[in-house]
Design a protein around this ligand. Sequence first.
Ligand code: SF4
Length: 830
Amino acid sequence: MDVSVDRISEPWGGRTPHGRDDPWPARVDMCLADGVEPEQVERWVQTASILHSDGDAMDVAVKDGRMVGVRGRAVDRVNRGRLGPKDLFGWQANASADRLTRPLVRRGGKLVETDWDTAMDLVTARSRELLDEQGPGSIGFYTSGQLFLEEYYTLAVLARAGIGTNHLDGNTRLCTATAAEALKESFGCDGQPGSYDDIDHADVIALFGHNLAETQPVQWMRILDRLEGADPPRLLCVDPRPTKVARRATVHLAPRLGTNVALLNALLHEVIRSGRVDHAYVAAHTVGFDELAGNVERCTPRWAERICDVPAAAIQEAAEMLGTAERLLSTVLQGVYQSHQATAAAVQINNLHLLRGMLGRPGAGVLQMNGQPTAQNTRECGANGDLPGFRNWQNDEHVADLAKVWNVEPSTIPHFAPPTHAMQIFRYAEQGSVRMLWISGTNPAVSLPELSRIRSVLGQDRLFTVVQDIFLTETAQLADVVLPAATWGEKTGTFTNADRTVHLSDKAVEPPGEARPDLDIFLDYARRMDFRDKDGAPLIGWHDPETAFEAWKRCSAGRPCDYTGLGYGRLRGGSGVQWPCGEGSPEGTDRLYADGISWAHPDVCESYGKDLVTGAPVEAVEYRSLNPEGKAVLKAAEYLPPHEAPSGEYPYQLTTGRTLYHFHTRTKTGRVPQLNAAAPDVWVEVSVADARERDLAEGDLVEVRSPRGAVRGRVRVTDLRPGVLFVPFHYGYWDTPGGSAPDGRTPPRAANETTITDWDPVSKQPLFKTAAAALTLIAKSDGTPSPAPTTTASAPAGTARVRATEGGSPGVRVLQGAAEPWRAAHGGTR
Ligand code: SF4
């Protein structure tokens, strides 16, 4: 039976309970434009979700050459047909009237329309000029976690072997850099150990700084279904906010911001003290136990209580859960990653699993999560600074091997220093050594910290800025050249989710106007620049997505992220497949490290690791003596206090984050009526205790000020940890009179006006979770409520009377049904 559901007010839909070790039942979610019946859909075109990292498989409905809806793919291992609210409604953004349809160039201070030849000639001419005058280090690339694998790989080749620059990074630096780094520190190599399937088997699921209900809503549905089924798992939630996860948790710890390492060290202390270590596993598969045990010896729950402001008894209870789990699944995200000791903390979660031997078995795994749909590809293709195929820049043999794949001299590939991370690329642009910055698929004028600084960097005359995007974002408004891109549904490519599942996304409709796929733009640039290999042949020999994928397969061969067993034909029609998928693993690989640690040997590892305090790279010889056999490294870290502590002037801790209904800087979700209506503007979350003390109430207009800047929003009083303020970071200025920045008519609205230019020393991920801030009342509410949703972590505290967030879904219909009737009645893909 098909049921119509308001998936704004009920974001996770109905339940399909399943017991431990039972398969997760399918449920097909569908959204169609009003007036379109399923049988009127002309084609269903296969793809996966683009507005988060879950990789939910779906089909796009096409009628009269237009997208008219989506439905989940019951056959897929990731979502078994389910879709989250952003998947169900987000496709409508593609057809927005204000899509970029022609290239723009800056003339007389204004962006004016032009043709592709003129725009690309300008970009090429400036590139050549800079290469001649200042060399490859004057050109930088800042990309995304939302393009496709084929596009990142092409970008990595043209930047590294074509231009020869070390300045290439993705906005994944803000998002998954710590995930990658923590995996490298512990296992010698990037690569997600666990699988989403572990949710079906775990008896304890621990979520560290991970608001799964809002970031990956479909996997939260999977947990909800387990909670309703037989033998449900116990949940541990570490989060200062009253998230939906926290509300369902067996144990919820809400530590003081910036104290994760202290809390985790206390948990490790308890696991070791209570004899819960799997010593056989530790002896067989790890090095560093004695140092770790020594480091946490004094980290008792009482010690951590003073630092974290969490009762020692609650820490003990959490440790008991972790220590007695038969099959433990941990997930980790931004509450850990966007802090000053991000990698140090994320590594302690890996340590927990190594101590307990909880890896490589059903239900026993770690998910160091990603936020963006294609962040994994940015990392494996080398568009995040690392070398493609998880090759080690410090290992000359790896560089030579890559040079062979590209048929260039090893010296062509910059490997004289660590790859430049995004924050440093912007620093170089600020200081003037980077003179051209090509930004693709990301909006740093809203998403990077300390926005007044970022705007001034991007606004410099001496910096030539190219922006490739689908809308005239805040960043595009500051560019010298704007290239209109095609997006998901308008181009073909593959992408890989947070649990290594590779999906194919086929082109469903034509892009608007003259917009082009990012791959075509990069290929056009490489052709115009006439990049050559060492034999004089074109450096980039591919010409479309499928030939680019085949080229990537050659680069990935024999590496941990081996794609050689995959192909477009194999990925079309069925479920996505988890890499590695190659000679020894033709069916793909559900879990890494089932047979021990495989990529930490000094000859094969992606990284020799870094000092967890300074971030200084460990040298090869040091790593070889520490870990000659290539085991997992149990790396200890001492707790260090956050860099910016509350003070008399700035008495609160400020944390930023996101909401279920939006993605990033709202460039897409802000243009979707249902999503925008659910969370139309910025707000400020204040705890019950602080609201009482400051006489604040729902809807009061306040200003949050840090030493960098301020943001204004209406108050929502929640069950947040006292002393903490929360502001969502999605809101910028493209839909305000200010355009790209606050002005006399537009109060500051972007959370990153307040955040600090500072980063974790190891992963270089900026700190968005630990600033100090002041709070000032601007005006008492005139009855206008806070625009915060009531359905999420921003739900009002207690019995406060606030109108509930509802969709009503104008313009579309959302249905939810059993898998088989849908498939029988409406057919398969294409
Ligand atoms: S919202 Fe946060 S977690 Fe999600 S993709 Fe962006 S940076 Fe990553």
